[in-house]
Design a protein around this ligand. Sequence first.
Ligand SMILES: [Ca+2]
Ligand SMILES: [Ca+2]
Ligand SMILES: [Ca+2]
Ligand SMILES: [Zn+2]
Length: 521
Amino acid sequence: MKFAKVMPTILGGALLLASVSSAAAAPVSDQSIPLQAPYASEEGIPLNSGTDDTIFNYLGQQEQFLNSDVKSQLKIVKRNTDTSGVRHFRLKQYIKGIPVYGAEQTVHLDKTGAVSSALGDLPPIEEQAIPNDGVAEISGEDAIRIATEEATSRIGELGAAEITPQAELNIYHHEEDGQTYLVYITEVNVLEPAPLRTKYFINAVDGSIVSQFDLINFATGTGTGVLGDTKTLTTTQSGSTFQLKDTTRGNGIQTYTANNGSSLPGTLLTDSDNVWTDRAGVDAHAHAAATYDFYKNKFNRNGINGNGLLIRSTVHYGSNYNNAFWNGAQIVFGDGDGTTFRSLSGDLDVVGHELTHGVIEYTANLEYRNEPGALNEAFADIFGNTIQSKNWLLGDDIYTPNIPGDALRSLSNPTLYGQPDKYSDRYTGTQDNGGVHTNSGIINKAYYLAAQGGTHNGVTVTGIGRDKAIQIFYSTLVNYLTPTSKFAAAKTATIQAAKDLYGATSAEATAITKAYQAVGL
Ligand SMILES: [Ca+2]
Ligand SMILES: [Ca+2]
Ligand SMILES: [Ca+2]
Ligand SMILES: [Zn+2]
């Protein structure tokens, strides 16, 4: 979750990207194209060719694909049926067999098998515009070396990689200059000499760096819990000791300690009598379990990746470390300095926020910069807050332990903590990856208004409650949004998700529409 207020130096100054562009919303069709309904089964999606043909026929009629072979350019990568019977398909674009970065399209079929909507952001790329005919002049190893050199120039000699670097050849449409590049995409992910996770787009023809951005998702965070409360934990007995290891949820939840060092995951927490006194460890473990249960009970989702991915947490990271983060493989919590923060795992909304970054990575995979990045932060806040459902605040249980009543962020009133609550007040500078922790306030406020109701900027919203609002936002994230979705696309997607779940003229769809209007979208 990284809080902008305590942004570590590694996140400042290294970002190359300019302000948010004001591109129009992705095209969405509201017309239903009547097609035969080739489905017999309601449970699960029949993966027959008739279904796929429906999708390709529809997309082939879109202007962008009139002169190209839609089946060779688009591959269906995910199929999902929601509880309303609406079928959701996610497709990725390839040109000459090379994936196009971020180019995803979703298509949705209603219960009758007709296309009800389509949302996507496929860049306008002509096949002849692919540099060097799609042939790389440097190797993937070269690209990894170039990225490593850049990271070393910023933070010094790098420690061991947390995730073994890979380099994937992609076609990349760079929004900043409108050019199309053949690139290797690779990541540097280290903890030493400082935590760093940077994504690089390396020109595969000449080895230059086309673009890069930092994507570590810090949170904040803080067991007997951090607040002195008593809670039950699922643990594992091994011989005469107990381990902070829950094997009942997905492929497990395991909680470690870094012993105030910086190697991950550190040491698995153990206890001789199963009465746990490491408060930060207790809360990290219990809050990860509560987050797992929320996703399972509300959405029947099995963990971060939907397939039970092991949840690993490390507490006591660093010394007086005022932050927490998801690093693509696990979540990490500092102890705080006792003034700005206490142990960061101590707030359920913080743990929920961090783990939701993981869910996002495996679903819409919203790019962590500019508007898609602010959507990423907003969804992490919205789910984190809703998992706890105690108030409309974020980080209130662990922020400034000596000052009661404050928080890191507020969904009901983002301006209390320096965030905008309407689109016209958005931040357009380059700090914080284009204001990902700032502009998230606009979407947070829209969610608050949809759930709770209220009048904002002269628009009155009748609230539908958190239970319904979170179902709509979950479907939006999992079924509709794509890596480069901006706020306008999020509005369209959320309204469509509400119509799917509750009906086209439902009070729920109206509430969502009004909520976005109220924040100027
Ligand atoms: Ca004990
Ligand atoms: Ca809280
Ligand atoms: Ca406080
Ligand atoms: Zn975050």
